[in-house]
Design a protein around this ligand. Structure first.
Ligand SMILES: Cc1cc2nc3c(=O)[nH]c(=O)nc-3n(C[C@H](O)[C@H](O)[C@H](O)COP(=O)(O)OP(=O)(O)OC[C@H]3O[C@@H](n4cnc5c(N)ncnc54)[C@H](O)[C@@H]3O)c2cc1C
Length: 475
């Protein structure tokens, strides 16, 4: 039996965070957006509250408050579920405030999953100190965002130190972070296998903050450029130690990817938190302005829009919860995390656009929440992997094993678009099954061997011959 009810502790967190978001966070939201910053004393207050509620990001075994650290009745972690429940409510209040909260942020998962016990202890213990402390995650570069394998920030070993050179951009809380997880490469030609993950501490010579980005949305959240110029990092700061990267393993790349398994459902729910805020705002607006004494056709249209938006938000939340539950259960959830994020971002953009539309010109006025939410929401389809990238992740996983009925009926295939990972992967799998495979430049096309497909294949192959590489002929 599937149970969608929240337990008492979860309901308590949800209600408490909601009241906090409503009475404390929302009132400063527009001003923070105008000022491009959230006052430190306000963040300190929030930090204290979070510790009191035991809903922070630092694992309890490292002295932190540990989100949802109490296991459920079966003894399973509830960390991801708790985080999502609280995050939706905070996002309903203001996402920039949530993203500015002190704590390891996105830097937490790579340290937690890849770091040695000594590293976890050392880097998480920063957050036990009084005052405000942040961690950050430095992957994106001017020439490498979606394509993580293309990073150019270099690292080379000199004695007991690593020397890092490069530039990172759009790093959340990067300018104020006590440490940043930096992804670098020993040799770009090695692709993912060449990647190494370091923790670079604030104040390390050669490591400094460049410009702070001036963005369309999430303006109160700090997004920074980071520069590494002959920055010398002790070997103890290589996450997981040398052994983690032995034998060409993709340890550095995996550290980047594993972060997304828990952060993508979280980003999805943040978008939905904003969408819910916009939906509720619009619903109340419609009730106040259009329900009484107005023409029925207009009301009917608006009611339909609201009904659809509510349905989409609820469906998106279930996808996010499923992905978070899988993460708590320790189940592989890359596909489900991407599905949740891709769907939630699309839904959230639609709902926020609907909110502006329903309010007409007023929806565009500065100082109106829906105008801000409309600006804030776009990035949810960009960071943590764009919508297109999520679709690639999902399709790679669902196409991984072509159905057996298809496999048994093919003996020759022309795969166009084989420069992509998906095309090449499919080609190799087909070739292993004894299928004759031809690679060309565009579109994936699998031709059935028997009947008309065979003729078409013969026609195409010689024409494409110059560009094609024959993988393995059909026996
Ligand atoms: C507010 C904000 C906060 C951020 N915080 C962080 C952070 O803390 N740490 C961090 O490392 N990064 C951060 N980022 C960066 C973010 O993760 C990247 O912007 C994102 O990964 C997209 O990369 P890009 O901007 O280089 O776009 P690109 O990768 O250049 O993509 C441009 C377009 O091409 C499309 N595209 C790219 N590859 C493909 C493909 N193979 N097939 C089809 N379409 C494709 C994309 O979908 C997109 O539409 C942040 C960004 C913002 C805006």
């Amino acid at each position: 039996m599937i149970d969608f009810t929240l337990n008492d502790k979860q309901l308590q967190v949800k209600e408490w965070v909601h009241q906090f978001a409503k009475n404390v966070v929302r009132p400063i939201s527009l001003q923070a957006d105008r000022d491009h910053r959230i006052p430190d004393d306000f963040l300190q207050r929030l930090h204290n509250m979070r510790q009191m509620m035991s809903v922070g990001e630092v694992p309890r075994e490292y002295g932190g408050e540990g989100a949802g650290a109490t296991p459920d009745k079966q003894g399973k972690s509830q960390k991801n579920r708790f985080t999502l429940i609280g995050a939706e409510e905070m996002a309903w209040g203001d996402v920039s405030v949530l993203m500015s909260l002190p704590g390891p942020g996105l830097g937490g998962p790579p340290v937690e999953f890849t770091g040695t016990p000594e590293q976890r202890d050392r880097f998480f213990s920063v957050f036990k100190k009084p005052g405000l402390h942040w961690g950050a995650y430095g992957l994106t570069e001017p020439g490498a965002g979606s394509d993580v394998a293309a990073i150019r920030t270099s690292c080379r070993k000199e004695g007991k130190q690593w020397v890092l050179n490069g530039r990172k951009c759009f790093i959340t809380n990067g300018g104020r972070a006590d440490w940043v997880v930096i992804f670098a490469t020993i040799d770009p030609a090695l692709g993912r296998a060449g990647q190494r993950t370091f923790v670079v501490e604030k104040g390390t010579p050669g490591f400094f903050c460049g410009k702070i980005e001036d963005k369309m949305g999430l303006r109160a959240s700090e997004t920074a450029e980071l520069v590494l110029e002959d920055c010398r990092v002790p070997e103890e700061n290589l996450l997981g130690g040398e052994a983690h990267y032995d034998k060409g393993s993709k340890g550095g790349f995996m550290a980047a990817m594993k972060t997304f398994d828990s952060s993508r459902p979280m980003v999805g729910i943040l978008g939905l938190g904003i969408a819910r805020a916009a939906y509720e705002y619009t619903r109340d607006f419609v009730k106040d302005h259009y329900m009484l004494g107005r023409a029925l056709p207009r009301y009917t249209q608006l009611a339909e829009t609201l009904a659809e938006d509510k349905r989409l938000i609820d469906a998106g939340r279930l996808l996010c919860w499923r992905a978070a539950w899988m993460a708590d259960e320790g189940l592989p959830n890359a596909k489900e995390a991407s599905m949740a994020k891709a769907y939630a971002a699309k839904v959230a953009m639609k709902v926020c656009a609907d909110a502006v539309q329903v309010m007409g010109a007023h929806g565009l006025e500065h100082g109106n929440f829906v105008e801000k939410w409309y600006r804030d929401i776009k990035v949810f389809d960009i960071f943590e992997g764009t919508g297109q990238i999520q679709r690639i992740v999902i399709s790679k996983r669902i196409l991984k094993d072509p159905p057996t009925f298809l496999m048994s009926s093919i003996h020759r295939a022309v795969i166009t678009g084989a420069s992509s990972g998906i095309g090449l992967g499919l080609a190799q799998r087909l070739a292993k099954q004894g299928v004759e495979v031809w690679l060309a430049a565009r579109r994936i096309e699998v031709l059935k061997a028997r009947g008309g497909g065979d003729r078409r294949c013969r026609r195409q192959s010689p024409r494409a011959g110059a560009r094609c590489r024959r993988l393995r002929p059909h026996a």
